[in-house]
Design a protein around this ligand. Sequence first.
Ligand SMILES: [Fe+2]
Ligand SMILES: [Fe+2]
Length: 171
Amino acid sequence: MTRCSAIVRHHITVPRDEGYLSLVEDLLANAEVRGMERYIQHGTTTCLHHCISVSYLSYLFCRRYGLDTAAAARGGLLHDLFLYDWHTYRRAPGERLHGFEHPRKALANASRLFSLTEKERDIILHHMFPLTLTPPRSKEGCVVTMFDKYCSLMETLRQPVLVLSTALSEG
Ligand SMILES: [Fe+2]
Ligand SMILES: [Fe+2]
């Protein structure tokens, strides 16, 4: 088994990694979280699969370096739970660009659906740093922010992202 292999869980293709899945099972079982599959995030990648990639790479990184894997996996999976197509979204009067607004929307949606830790809330709210000026307060927040940038770039270039999971799983 390689870390890149996949299985279907709750009708979603997810990494074949029971340690990871045990941390996010309740999130994946939620219909609104799975609703992110309806929207493209970058290139041909849906918002749901973008969030799974960010979540899983952050989980592997935190596992390798002894950080909080649950916060990284859960905060990463919920970080873009804004539930609209940002490419065609019409802003309400006074609303700022999507890049600035969506962390607060994702946090509001995630807080409505789940009981979040303070660290998970901070990961979601500050994942767009440095576009939004306040950095994440935790190391795990910095990890999610880093892998969000990496995945966004690779998805925009239509390149595979989970190839990194092999390197993060070694050693
Ligand atoms: Fe985002
Ligand atoms: Fe993202």
